[in-house]
Design a protein around this ligand. Structure first.
Ligand SMILES: C[S@@+](CC[C@H](N)C(=O)[O-])C[C@H]1O[C@@H](n2cnc3c(N)ncnc32)[C@H](O)[C@@H]1O
Length: 398
């Protein structure tokens, strides 16, 4: 790749690109009302946190960006301590709180990163959405969040899942290969045009609140959408446990255990996580494809299948990254074990998805731009599947 640009951190990437990753025009009443309903649904129905919980509570939010989501919590009565390292986001944040008449709900607004933030105070609720996974010391930051919570306090984080990201990562690799064959830098405007040709139509059919360009910048060419910044429930749940945090819920919701149980059957935190991970292995087809499934009857994927998916994600990510190495393309191969797993469900979507992934991997290697574009157009199922790449996790301080 020509013209490689390095970014020390996500903040650096956003600042150099003067890019707002979550542009919500909440000055428009309809957009504001939609945002409230979406956030309420996320917190109440998915993460197990009724909005009334926020009323009068101390909420510490890291990475609040320009504060649109924070404003929803202020509207629900939260007393906010907001921590955001990107100074470019703060004028809009202050303007919005002023405009909505909610400035008095900001207890403090600090311009720094989570690692540099210090407080002797403990909070009822701590939020770190949309960035924690990109930090070199992310495990320590989970511990830090735990220490900042009062006993019984609630935390929420979000992350890009290495299994759920696979399908979008393949789309990313198609773009990077198309750019390579056209001698275009993936970060340049011409790359956005190629992306529009490849994905514009399919993206327009999604109910995305983001414009296409924001998806291109924040997913297809973002330097932090690579393997080393992906996380997983397999890593996170044990980490919560050693940090004195008990798993509460997730979004998307996929944890099945606890359903149909009498409330006096109280599993230990360790058992909750063990059962959750077993459920996760049952719903792997959902994680990969993003399509709903009945996980209750499915067999859990074996560790070998799970490792094969992780390996595929890693090789594709190695290719579609600024650190792309010569030979990275040759290293991508479709694991037979994964193919056998996807085709073993008697499910047409999964069978055709498997075929499409195999064909696209072959097309990536042909070295012909037109052939790649045509093959991608033909990959109807891969095109219409988006995986479940982005996950929220809520937990309680014990
Ligand atoms: C993708 S945006 C998410 C914004 C908002 N939290 C949301 O979920 O809609 C990530 C935000 O995290 C901020 N951020 C990045 N690194 C951070 C760090 N080390 N500490 C705190 N915030 C950080 C970025 O500046 C940006 O505002």
């Amino acid at each position: 790749m020509k013209n490689i640009r390095k970014h020390a951190s996500m903040v650096d990437y956003y600042q150099k690109n003067q890019f707002n990753p979550v542009p919500f025009a909440i000055e428009n009443k309809k957009v504001w009302n939609e945002l409230i309903l979406n956030r309420k649904n996320l917190y109440e129905r998915h993460l197990g946190i009724p909005f009334l919980t926020f009323k009068g509570k101390s909420v510490l939010e890291f990475g609040c960006n320009s504060g649109e989501n924070s404003l929803v919590l202020a509207d629900a009565g939260a007393k906010l301590t907001l921590v955001e390292p990107n100074g470019q986001a703060l004028p809009r944040l202050e303007m919005l709180f002023d405009k909505f008449g909610l400035s008095q709900n900001i207890v403090s607004l600090e311009q720094c990163g989570i690692a540099d933030y210090s407080s002797s105070k403990k909070f009822d609720i701590v939020l770190a959405e949309g960035f924690l996974f990109s930090l070199p010391n992310r495990e320590e930051m989970i511990e830090k969040i735990s220490k900042l919570l009062v006993p019984g306090g609630i935390g929420v984080i979000s992350f890009n899942d290495r299994y759920g990201a696979l399908v979008e990562l393949i789309k990313r690799a198609v773009l990077w290969r198309a750019c390579e064959l056209k001698s275009v830098d993936p970060q340049d405007h011409e790359s956005l045009e190629i992306a529009q040709t490849l994905f514009g139509y399919d993206f327009s059919k999604l109910q995305s609140t983001r414009p296409f360009e924001a998806w291109w910048k924040d997913m297809l060419v973002q330097p932090f959408i690579i393997d080393k910044y992906f996380w997983s429930f397999q890593e996170l749940l044990p980490l919560l446990q050693v940090s004195g945090l008990e798993t509460l819920s997730t979004s998307p919701k996929w944890i099945l255990n606890g359903h149909f149980n009498w409330y006096k059957n109280r599993p230990e935190a360790k058992e909750i996580n063990k059962r959750a991970l077993s459920d996760w292995a049952r719903v792997l087809p959902f994680i990969i494809s993003g399509r709903k499934m009945d996980g209750t009857s499915a067999q859990p994927a074996s560790d070998d299948v799970i490792n094969a998916v992780a390996g595929l994600t890693k090789t594709i990510s190695d290719y579609a990254s600024d650190e792309a190495r010569a030979g990275a393309l040759d290293a991508i191969s479709y694991p037979e074990l994964f193919d056998a797993y996807l085709t073993g469900f008697d499910n047409e979507n999964l069978e055709r998805l498997s075929d499409d992934i195999r064909n696209i991997i072959t097309a990536l290697k042909t070295g012909n731009y037109n052939c790649l574009m045509v093959e991608y157009e033909k990959a109807q199922v891969l095109r219409s599947n988006w995986g479940a790449p982005y996950h929220y996790l809520s937990f309680v301080k014990t």
